[in-house]
Structure formats: structure tokens, C-alpha cells
Design a protein around this ligand. Structure first.
Ligand SMILES: Nc1ncnc2c1ncn2[C@@H]1O[C@H](COP(=O)(O)OP(=O)(O)OP(=O)(O)O)[C@@H](O)[C@H]1O
Ligand SMILES: [Mg+2]
Length: 293
């Protein structure tokens, strides 16, 4: 069955849960060199899109890994789908991670495995019966329009195709939340657009909650200003003032070594700005404006 025909019962979403899909409460994270995130708090409602923007090393990947339960914070609470991820045992984390799709920075495919093996990897790890695996792999590869690449190796694919395979791999366990780590980095503008369209389709067709780390403000605006019309099966501009399923918010991260110009510990590393696309556009702040050019 094509993923487009999958019923919402199969592609489960916690429609009735009510609370935020992701909530960080006073989360800190650091290493020997110092704190990267200090007292970070935000929440992402179901089906909302959160764009994490910031220069290199500001903690975008760390945030996504904390949300996925791949890392534990040094302080604070991380709650995802109503559960406290930061307090889970390793065993609980294994079950939890199935609900989260993670598109790793640079794709992170296994080079020696075929596309089929890469996409099926998680299902095989979870001991899903082989007869279920083939249709599920076919379904997600069809969604990313790469059903013909099953037996190819990542090295035989273009950068954009590899990124699409990474998205298929993240989707195979039908996650409610998808975390995209710089999914357009290193791609040309046209290929980047195909990746963003895929993210839009996934969001607007299945209602997944999306967190996207990027250096590119235009990726965030594309998610805010466009939607995927599931009836017409095409991307359309969001009409201002009309209700849309796609609410997009921006968090801008900044790392200042915790000191202001006077050398005081006056700034917490992490969230520098939290706002709507319009607020980003209207901002006169020089750090934010750097992303606008
Ligand atoms: N396991 C680790 N041990 C020590 N330091 C780490 C570790 N993981 C990340 N860091 C440091 O934390 C900081 C933030 O890293 P992170 O990968 O989250 O940045 P980022 O915002 O995703 O950057 P980029 O835009 O380059 O992807 C970096 O300075 C990095 O060196
Ligand atoms: Mg990163």
C-alpha cells in the first residue's frame, strides 16, 4: 500500500493527547569546555513546525538529540509526547525512539548497505517480521519517489537522493515527530526545494510535528509560507489570515561564551530569540539580520 493511502489508524498520531508534542523546561547541556545550552525552555504543539536557527556550534544538533533521547541533559526536563524523556531508562528509551524520526545531519547512511537495507535497518532491529518489512520499505521509498533505488548503494546516489533516503529511513517507523538536522545543508537550491517540499508533504499529509535545525532562514520561511494541499496534491502559498494547519515558529540560538561586553555573565547560551516568522522579518537585531541576507 502506498503511504499516501495509509489510514490514520495505521499512521498513529496522538490527536487526543492535548499537551505539547515537545517541551523543554529549563534544560542545560554542556561538556568540559562549558555550557552550550543554559536554561532552555520552549514547547512545540502537535503539528507545529519549530525552526531552530543559529550559527555553527550553538547547540541545534544537541537540542534535537536531547528531544530524541539520544543524549541526557545536565539539568532540566525534556518531555516528548507526554513522557519525560530525560528520566527514562535505556530500555524505555528504545521503545520511545520508535516514535521519533531523526534525519541526521549529512544523512548518515550506512555506506556498505543498499538503500533497502538502510531503510529497513530499524525494522530489522525491532524484529519486525520480514513479510511486513518489504511493503513498508516500498511505501516510504515511494513517498520520497525513490522506489527504483532499492538495490543501489548510497555512493551511487546524488546528495539530494541520499537525503531523501534518510527521510524515508526516518519515516519507516511511522513517527509522530520528525527531527530534521540541517536537511538542506550542502545541497543546491533546486534540490533543497525538493527536500523542503517533502517536509511540507509529510507535515501536511500526516500531521507530523516537525523540528528543523538549519543555518538557512529561507528553509524556515518556506515551511512557514507554503503548505501542501493534500486534495490538489501540490504546494501552495499560505494565504495570510486563513487558518492553516502549519504553524511555524522560530528559535534563534546564539553562543556568547556567557559574557557580555563588560565581561559579566549576563547572557544564557541557547535561545536568543523566540518568535513568529513575521517577528523574525521585522527584527532589527543585527544577529538575526545576519540570517536575512
Ligand atoms: N559529545 C560531545 N562532546 C563534547 N562537545 C560536544 C559534543 N557534542 C557536541 N559538542 C559541542 O557542543 C557544541 C554544539 O554542538 P552542536 O552540534 O549542537 O552545534 P550545531 O548548532 O548543531 O552546529 P552546526 O550548525 O555546525 O551543525 C559544539 O561546540 C560541539 O563541539
Ligand atoms: Mg548540527
Amino acid at each position: 500500500m502506498a503511504i499516501a493511502e495509509t489510514t490514520s489508524a495505521e499512521y498513529t498520531r496522538a490527536d487526543l493527547r492535548g499537551g505539547p508534542a515537545v517541551r523543554f523546561a529549563d534544560v542545560s547541556m554542556g561538556f568540559d569546555e562549558g555550557e552550550i545550552l543554559e536554561g532552555v525552555s520552549f514547547s512545540v504543539a502537535e503539528r507545529e513546525t519549530l525552526v531552530l536557527l543559529g550559527e555553527t556550534g550553538t547547540g541545534k544538533t544537541l537540542t534535537l538529540k536531547l528531544a530524541a533521547g539520544l543524549l541526557r541533559p545536565t539539568a532540566g526536563r525534556v518531555e516528548v509526547l507526554g513522557e519525560e524523556v530525560s528520566a527514562m531508562s535505556e530500555h524505555e528509551l528504545l521503545a520511545f525512539r520508535r516514535k521519533i524520526g531523526f534525519v541526521f545531519q549529512e544523512g548518515a547512511l550506512f555506506d556498505s548497505m543498499t538503500v533497502e537495507e538502510n531503510v529497513a535497518y530499524r525494522l530489522r532491529e525491532e524484529r519486525v517480521p520480514e513479510e511486513e518489512i518489504a511493503p513498508r520499505v516500498a511505501e516510504v521509498l515511494e513517498f520520497v519517489e525513490l522506489e527504483h533505488t532499492l538495490q543501489m548503494l548510497p555512493s551511487e546516489l546524488s546528495g539530494g537522493m541520499r537525503r531523501r533516503v534518510s527521510i524515508a529511513r526516518a519515516l519507516v517507523s511511522r513517527p509522530e515527530i520528525v527531527l530534521y538536522d540541517s536537511p538542506t545543508a550542502g545541497l543546491d537550491p533546486v534540490t533543497s526545494q525538493t527536500i523542503i517540499t517533502l517536509i511540507l508533504r509529510l507535515r501536511d499529509f500526516y500531521g507530523v510535528t516537525s523540528l528543523l535545525a538549519t543555518h538557512r532562514l529561507q528553509d524556515g520561511f518556506a515551511l512557514a509560507n507554503f503548505c501542501f494541499d493534500t486534495k490538489e496534491k501540490k504546494v501552495e502559498r499560505v494565504v495570510k489570515g486563513q487558518p492553516t494547519a502549519a504553524i511555524t515558529r522560530f528559535l534563534v540560538y546564539r553562543h556568547l561564551e556567557g559574557k557580555n561586553e563588560a565581561g559579566n555573565d549576563a547572557y544564557d547560551n541557547g535561545i536568543y530569540f523566540d518568535g513568529t516568522p513575521d517577528e523574525v522579518m521585522a527584527s532589527k537585531d543585527p544577529y538575526i539580520q545576519r540570517f536575512l541576507v
